[in-house]
Design a protein around this ligand. Structure first.
Ligand SMILES: [Zn+2]
Length: 139
C-alpha cells in the first residue's frame, strides 16, 4: 500500500510485507518508493536509520521531517494509479527536455504530447538554453 506524509502529502513510502494494520508501525514496515529510493534518499531522514528498532514516533518524513504516524497510525495514500503527482513531475520534465533536445517538435506539440501547458514547456526550454549559454560562456 502507498503511504503518504500527513504534512507534505507526498507518497514517499510503501508498506513492506512486515506491515500489520493492527499494531503500531515501526521502521521495518515502510520502504521508500522510487524515484527517491533509486536516488539514494535515507528512508526516514538522514540520521534516523531504519528497521524494526524505530518506533512509530521515530518515523519521520524524509522530505519534510513531519511525523508519518502522528497518532500511531500511518496515512494511506492514493492508489498507485491515482498517484500522478510526486512521481510524474521529474519524469515529465525529463521527457520534455528529451523532446526539446531532439528538436523535431514545436513546444506546443510537445505540450500536447505530455499533456501539459505550453508555458511549462517553454520554461523548461528556457532553462536548457540558460544552462547551455552558461557553459559556452565558461569555455
Ligand atoms: Zn512530508
Amino acid at each position: 500500500m502507498i503511504v503518504k506524509c500527513p504534512q507534505c502529502k507526498v507518497s514517499y513510502y510503501e508498506t513492506t510485507d512486515k506491515y500489520d494494520p493492527d499494531v503500531s508501525p515501526n521502521g521495518s514496515m515502510l520502504r521508500l518508493r522510487d524515484p527517491w529510493r533509486s536516488m539514494g534518499w535515507a528512508t526516514y531522514g538522514l540520521d534516523r536509520g531504519e528497521g524494526p528498532g524505530l518506533l512509530w514516533s521515530d518515523l519521520e518524513c524524509t522530505g519534510c521531517s513531519a511525523p508519518l504516524a502522528p497518532s500511531g497510525r500511518l496515512i494511506m495514500g492514493p492508489n498507485p494509479n491515482e498517484d500522478d503527482n510526486a512521481q510524474s513531475i521529474p519524469s515529465k520534465a525529463q521527457r520534455i527536455q528529451g523532446l526539446l533536445e531532439e528538436g523535431s517538435l514545436t513546444q506546443v506539440e510537445i505540450a500536447k504530447m505530455v499533456n501539459t501547458s505550453p508555458q511549462y514547456v517553454s520554461n523548461i526550454a528556457r532553462k536548457i538554453k540558460d544552462a547551455s549559454m552558461e557553459s559556452s560562456l565558461g569555455m
